[in-house]
Design a protein around this ligand. Structure first.
Ligand code: PHE
Length: 343
């Protein structure tokens, strides 16, 4: 019992010298841990003669409780001292923690990636082309001559050039120039998707921006017909909007396709009956499309008697707006984090 008394005072002296969490933990292991001095005494009780066992056991148990209490008190003191030190250094440890800022993809990037993934699954490869484009690729090669109405200077951002330059450059107004660019460099069969920004000299409002995105589709092969176009575009639209959505093709003129069409999807809100969101139409336009004009195939050196193809151009902002119920295209590029963080 004298040994126990000595052990206790040694433990308490060492405890008062342990100044921080690490030292306190080392002390706990030395005395109260599984191999600790006090634990060993308790384990050794069985070897004592029965008449001593009770008294020594009671003393050792009381000692363990004392030492545990003393340890807890020292731990609190050490924590308080550490906090006081931080506060003295100007750190308010009672403030809630700051949440880390996690970045995310822009809603247009998200929609674009989903579109390209769906097209990839249907066998389309992805290619890109320049945003600063020759007049030739953006217009002439697509059968849009200088006198065509869509060439009106109001529609196009022309780049300033030296007076002596003969070929004019512009910010592309559509991704269709990549039909030409891709066919010039590749032989059929062609299945390609070209995403990118396009620019139009436009007064902005809820449905018009001067910069937006398109995804161009082009498929050229032997025996491709309008039915392949309808099937492909319908399947693609349903991959984006749901398998039960109806898709409609309306006759429309584009100089570089014949026949041409505009592609509508059934309004998701009214299911085609007509409501405010679809302007009473029941349908919403998502793309222009058509069979590649024979002259264009010939101009890139394809055998137009052997090959036919279809092309389509999808508006990415339009699709993102329909999918998320966004009613103003200007939200995408206003850089308001309250808007962007919703996606
Ligand atoms: N480039 C056309 C536009 O921007 C869309 C289109 C692409 C139409 C391909 C037909 C074929 O309006």
């Amino acid at each position: 019992m004298a040994d126990l008394e000595a052990l206790r005072s040694r433990a308490l002296i060492e405890l008062s010298a342990a100044g921080d969490a690490a030292a306190l933990d080392a002390w706990r292991l030395a005395y109260l841990g599984r191999q600790g001095a006090v634990t060993r005494v308790l384990r050794g009780l069985g070897e004592l003669p029965a008449e001593e066992r009770r008294a020594v056991g009671a003393m050792a148990n009381a000692m363990r409780a004392d030492l545990e209490g003393a340890l807890a008190q020292r731990q609190t003191e050490a924590e308080n001292a550490a906090i006081a030190q931080m506060e003295a250094g100007g750190i308010d440890v009672t403030l809630p923690g700051r949440e880390g800022l996690v970045g995310r993809l822009h809603p247009i990037t998200q929609t674009l990636r989903e579109m390209l993934a769906a097209l990839g699954a249907m066998g389309f490869q992805v290619a890109e082309g320049p945003e600063v484009e020759w007049e030739y690729y953006n217009f002439d090669a697509l059968r849009i001559p200088w006198y065509h109405p869509s060439r009106d200077s109001q529609d196009t951002f022309w780049l300033e050039q030296k007076p002596e330059s003969e070929k004019r450059v512009l910010l592309r107004t559509q991704t269709s120039p990549n039909q030409i660019r891709f066919m010039e460099k590749n032989q059929p069969p062609v299945r390609v998707a070209v995403p990118g920004r396009v620019y139009r000299f436009e007064a902005t409002d809820a449905t018009h921006e001067w910069m937006f995105h398109q995804v161009e589709l082009l498929a050229v092969d032997e025996g491709i017909s309008f039915k392949h176009m309808k099937g492909t575009l319908t399947q693609f639209a349903r991959a984006l909007f749901g398998q039960d959505r109806e898709v409609r093709f309306r006759c429309h003129y584009f100089p570089f396709v014949e026949p041409g069409a505009e592609v509508d999807i059934q309004c998701g809100l009214c299911g085609g009956a007509g409501c405010r969101s679809c302007g009473g139409e029941g349908w919403l336009e998502i793309a222009g499309a058509g069979m590649v004009h024979r002259e264009i195939l010939e101009n890139v050196g394809y055998d137009a008697d052997r090959y036919t193809g279809f092309a389509a151009g999808f508006g990415v902002e339009r699709i993102a707006m329909l999918r998320h119920g966004i009613d103003d295209i200007r939200n995408f590029y206003a850089n308001d984090l309250r808007f962007l963080r919703q996606f």
